[in-house]
Design a protein. Structure first.
Length: 194
């Protein structure tokens, strides 16, 4: 089982904070006054996860992951994992630390995967909006580049995707969270298959 806290532990504890919604690690005020390098959301409430899971036909590995971490915004938004949000929840934008994760249901409504019955969008890359999907048939994770219908790269499991991509992306930032390379380097290469 992937451990998001362990995978992001190399970064300095700069004004880390905890709320009822998420853990905020490594304050990066040069990005924005309230920005954090890594935001890891608390587990999804069981009743919300069950409802969302049923509505979108969520595969068990994803459901298990959201029961541990209900989404994440990692490495200044380079990589995101979507979460289960109660239907009709309003966004209270006046308090950024209480905002929910990206809503997996709305993200799937607004993004047309090649086959909606087969692929469920579970995350994305901030640089160009490439979508990360889990294949409901074989449970592999595939990345679709924006406006492309063929997979760009893939991993055997959702845990392998998160583990390998967080490790790869972490070396692109210094311990204070400053990027060391051009943002375009945050995208996985076509040979990133595990």
């Amino acid at each position: 089982m992937v451990d998001l806290f362990q995978l992001t532990a190399k970064f300095q504890a700069l004004n880390n904070r905890e709320t009822d919604v998420a853990s905020f690690h490594t304050h990066v005020p040069w990005v924005a006054p309230e920005a954090y390098l890594n935001i890891i959301y608390r587990p999804a409430r069981p009743e919300v996860l069950a409802e969302v899971s049923a509505r979108i036909k969520m595969p068990p590995p994803l459901r298990d992951l959201l029961a541990r971490y209900n989404g994440a915004i990692l490495l200044s938004g380079s990589l995101s994992l979507f979460g289960a949000v109660p239907q009709g929840q309003l966004l209270g934008r006046s308090e950024p630390s209480l905002l929910p994760p990206y809503n997996i249901e709305s993200e799937n409504r607004s993004w047309p995967p090649p086959d909606r019955n087969r692929f469920l969008k579970v995350g994305g890359y901030g640089f160009d909006g490439s979508g990360v999907c889990i294949d409901r048939e074989d449970l592999k994770v595939v990345v679709f580049r924006r406006k492309e219908r063929e997979p760009h790269c893939s991993w055997q499991t959702i845990d392998e995707w998160l583990d390998s991509e967080i490790r790869r992306l972490s070396v692109l930032f210094d311990v204070s969270g400053r990027p060391l390379v051009d943002e375009s380097k945050t995208l996985p290469s076509a040979d990133a298959q595990a």
